[in-house]
Design a protein around this ligand. Sequence first.
Ligand code: ADP
Ligand code: MG
Length: 397
Amino acid sequence: MRVIGMISGTSFDAVEAMLAELELDGDRLMCDLIEHRSVPYPPSVRHAIAGILPPSPTTIEQVCQLDVAIGRFFGDVAQDLADAHGGVDAVCSHGQTVYHWVDGDVARGTLQLGEPAWIAERTGAVVVSDVRNRDIAAGGHGAPLASLLDVLLLGQAPASVCGSLNLGGIANVTVLGPDREPVAFDIGPANALIDAAVEWLSGGEEHFDRGGARAAQGGVDAALVERLLDDPYFALPPPKSTGKEYFNLGYVTRRLEGMEIPAEDLLASLTAATAEMVAAALRPFRLGELLVAGGGTRNHTLMDELRARLPGVKMRRTDELGVPEAGKEALVFAIIGFLTLNGLPATVPSCTGAVRASVLGSVPPGRAPAAALAATGPARPRLAPTRLVLRSPLPSR
Ligand SMILES: Nc1ncnc2c1ncn2[C@@H]1O[C@H](COP(=O)(O)OP(=O)(O)O)[C@@H](O)[C@H]1O
Ligand SMILES: [Mg+2]
């Protein structure tokens, strides 16, 4: 089955789309990666998303309009990608998270926009969407869903303890090892605070610190770093999840109260604090190896700070395994879409904290009903896959 997985993460910088050919072979999931694209949002859509995110007030009218605008844009991205490769069978769209409702260590709900009907209408393909809520209803966090791919790629119980880290707006990690159940959780901010400060300092003209160049020019203010690390979220045990409702500009400005600090020093301090948050969350696991993905891998200052804080941990980008770091999450959703259409669960309960593994998603029909699609695919599987076989990786960019 040819599936496009799609997501725009909490940084809402671009829609990531991965076209993959997936097939079950016993308990192995055979996967050919065909193409990954990052397509930036049009400025009007990006602006509209920024305008409704907390703590901004919004109206139901704005939410409805944005739901349609995002759905239509995802539809265009999917159709362009499908056209380039002679069509697809299915699309799985995560959409754009606009609110992740967490109460202490319990996730109560989550809202992603990007009306899937527009994607189905544009592409004619069956669309799987709303992929997080079922896990939340089963007592989980609906996150990090990337834990599914981490377990499939690295194995349920690899010979040595390894982690798979994603540095998006939020940092999340999956930890796997020989004598433990896999665990996964949102660590806290990855780029969220750095991006928020850059937006603020540039009056909205810039969205991130390219290459970490501005942070590299500043000095770290130890007192500010200490304040930034002082938050009850970091002490919560996994599973746990968070979002930009919590780690946003307000988080930074509250900790800046009574301080005067030059712009470059602020960025240096935020980058150092972010690296320390991530390193502190990982240290207890005594990792031998850490696989890293997400846009934060392109912030060299952040990566250098992280390496310095995790001596002895062998760090590799997911590109080395054939999965482009920016396309990893989109691949997660291609796999979730494929499993959903085959009636198979797509969560790892020990990672999301749910009481059971769930079949995820809502499936509005494409022009061919989902049931018919599954029937024309490979023989109906009996086994949930335990291993991903990447038959044709994509080159590193
Ligand atoms: N060249 C770069 N230099 C520094 N940071 C970058 C670069 N490219 C991307 N980023 C960071 O990565 C973020 C996007 O990463 P991504 O993995 O797409 O996150 P999300 O899943 O939240 O959208 C950007 O907002 C930015 O902070
Ligand atoms: Mg992104």
